[in-house]
Design a protein around this ligand. Structure first.
Ligand code: HEC
Length: 188
């Protein structure tokens, strides 16, 4: 009888540990597939910023382009460049949008001194097939003027598939752009 109880207790303990292990594994898997703000996306966003500096799209001495009055939520005055850059040896399309402020500044103010008025830089970069099949494989990121990543109110870094599955954020809003390419620039 005692033997049976002992076996039962050991069995129960084993099951408890096994299920604990399974839960642990599951939560690790979930953090690895986080749609955005995970370590891979943050590392990629850093490389992207480096590639943008090299191409003189951001940073000191970056190329000045025609500023224009933008639509919400991106800021009063915008500059947008549609180009290609190479990241990890793979060249692909990148759209870089600089957001200037505060409210009330003019196109001329921005043209004369873009660095002074820069508030944020948002980008879309075409990733390899399979990165995000549901959303045309775009990588999304939002940087502050100094190149640090911006965060959402919950503290998640805005880099990656932002915010896949949510009803707000880059993907949700850009889904409304014409042509199913998530781009507003080519909509008239
Ligand atoms: C509420 C809607 C909305 C959200 C959220 C949004 N965008 Fe946009 N985005 C726009 C609109 C509208 C434009 C066109 C702006 C213009 O040129 O006046 C735009 C333009 C852009 C462009 C230039 C290419 C294009 O589509 O014209 C990029 C790059 C971009 N957004 C990146 C982002 C990123 C990255 C995020 C998330 C951090 C984001 N956007 C969140 C509405 C949104």
């Amino acid at each position: 009888m005692q033997n049976k109880i002992a076996i039962f207790v050991i069995g129960a303990l084993f099951l408890t540990f096994a299920s604990f292990g399974a839960v642990l594994k599951q939560s690790q898997a979930q953090s690895a597939d986080k749609p955005f703000g995970g370590s891979d996306d943050i590392a990629f966003a850093k490389k992207a910023w480096g590639a943008m500096q090299k191409a003189r799209l951001v940073g000191k001495g970056s190329i000045n382009t025609h500023p224009y009055e933008g639509q919400a939520p991106h800021g009063a005055i915008l500059q947008t460049v549609d180009t290609t850059v190479s990241i990890d040896g793979r060249e692909a399309r990148m759209i870089v949008k600089k957001n200037f402020g505060p409210e009330g500044i003019s196109v001329k103010d921005v043209w004369r001194d873009p660095d002074k008025h820069l508030k944020a830089v948002t980008i879309m970069f075409k990733r390899e097939d399979g990165y995000d099949k549901d959303n045309a494989n775009w990588f999304w990121a939002k940087y502050l003027a100094n190149g640090d990543l911006d965060k959402n109110p919950k503290g998640a870094m805005l880099a990656g598939r932002v915010a896949k599955g949510a009803d707000q954020g880059c993907i949700a809003c850009h889904t409304a752009a014409g042509g199913e390419d998530y781009l507003f620039i080519n909509d008239q």
